[in-house]
Design a protein around this ligand. Structure first.
Ligand code: ZN
Length: 353
């Protein structure tokens, strides 16, 4: 009896000991934050993880009401001279940064250098990698710098943004589980409407049009077109339903489509369904565009299926090795020159349309 008890105790100690050792080892030199949360009216709390330890600072004043958190009244932008587009960063800050720097979007000090140009991020900054927070704050800053320069940064939300905002922790890197443990908080609370990043994310669009291109994370299926929504209506419905449970979203006919497998944040049919060029033309005609730019379905490099009617820009940055950025230059005659931007800054024509 005694022996059994001791054996049990030894097993228990070794399990507990092993676990705490593993956490301590992982947590060493690990940095995260800041996270800004209005936990009380008139008080903003800042959480930082520095060398694996949590630091908390409290400030007077709440989140405030800044124009930065207000969404654009229109989701259609015309007369834009140059557009850059990148997708599915998935917590790979270094690759994201290098692609922007080497292709002239930002300078060596991470400041906006793209002038009056637009930068589109078609979703999925979150999940998988361990430098999500760094990427979010860079985008947060660049958005303001772009606006001041007469340009614009569009951070469109992908399925992973919507998953995180409803508290789905399935694809979180271990690092963020440690952060949540240290903060004694769940993911949904970390990005709820009482937080700076959460409120900012809730101002974003999901589908936009710039010149002759429409941009979104997944793709467009007939189910979406059958809803007969304008881009502004679509984005407003997404904004007003952020964070709702899957069951609630499925119970309403419109959100069932928007958040479903054929909706703009999940659809993969351009790469899977047996579509013809004329099927894709139907979609382009109803949206009155020449091309659809999408992320979500991973490629080795930028791809131009259906003779450039679709531009696939998820270039597998998530693997942490490399990626590409799309640049669209508007010509005087109203046509676009599409360019492939590489990690070393090398640029080559993708398509002339
Ligand atoms: Zn995705």
């Amino acid at each position: 009896m005694h022996n059994r008890f001791y054996a049990f105790l030894i097993i228990l100690i070794s399990i507990v000991g092993f676990n705490s050792l593993a956490i301590a080892k992982d947590s060493k030199n690990y940095q995260d934050g800041p996270y800004l949360i209005a936990e009380k009216p008139n008080q903003l709390t800042q959480y930082d993880v520095i060398d694996g330890a949590l630091f908390i600072d409290r400030y007077r004043g709440g989140l405030g009401k800044v124009s930065h958190f207000e969404h654009s009244p229109s989701d259609n932008y015309q007369g834009v001279k140059k557009v850059a587009a990148i997708s599915d960063i998935h917590g790979q800050f270094q690759i994201f940064k290098q692609l922007l720097q080497r292709n002239g979007i930002i300078d060596s000090k991470l400041n906006w250098q793209w002038g009056t140009g637009h930068l589109v991020i078609t979703g999925d900054i979150f999940d998988r990698g361990d430098t999500v927070t760094e990427a979010l704050w860079l985008v947060f800053k660049l958005e303001q710098q772009a606006k001041a320069a007469g340009g614009k940064l569009h951070y469109l939300l992908g399925n992973h943004e919507y998953m995180v905002l409803r508290g789905n922790e399935k694809y979180l890197h271990d690092k963020y589980h440690h952060t949540l443990d240290l903060m004694n908080m769940d993911l949904k609370t970390l990005f709820n409407h009482q937080t700076t990043l959460g409120q900012w994310l809730r101002s974003k669009s999901t589908v936009i049009k710039i010149n002759d291109s429409v941009f979104m994370h997944g793709g467009i299926h007939q189910d979406f077109l059958d809803l007969n929504l304008t881009l502004e209506q679509t984005n407003e419905i997404f904004r007003s339903t952020i964070g709702q449970s899957r069951d609630t979203l499925k119970s309403q006919p419109i959100t069932k489509v928007l958040y479903g497998r054929t909706g703009p944040i999940w659809y993969r049919g351009f790469f899977k369904d047996d579509l013809s060029a004329s099927d894709v033309d139907k979609v382009l005609n109803s949206l009155q565009v020449k091309r659809i730019v999408v992320g979500h379905t991973s490629q080795q490099q930028l791809e131009t299926p259906f003779d450039g009617r679709v531009i696939a820009i998820d270039t597998s940055i998530k693997r942490g090795v490399k990626g590409e950025i799309l640049i669209i230059n508007r010509q005087e005659d109203g046509t676009d020159v599409l360019i492939r931007g590489k990690m070393n800054g090398e640029q080559s024509p993708l398509l002339n349309k």
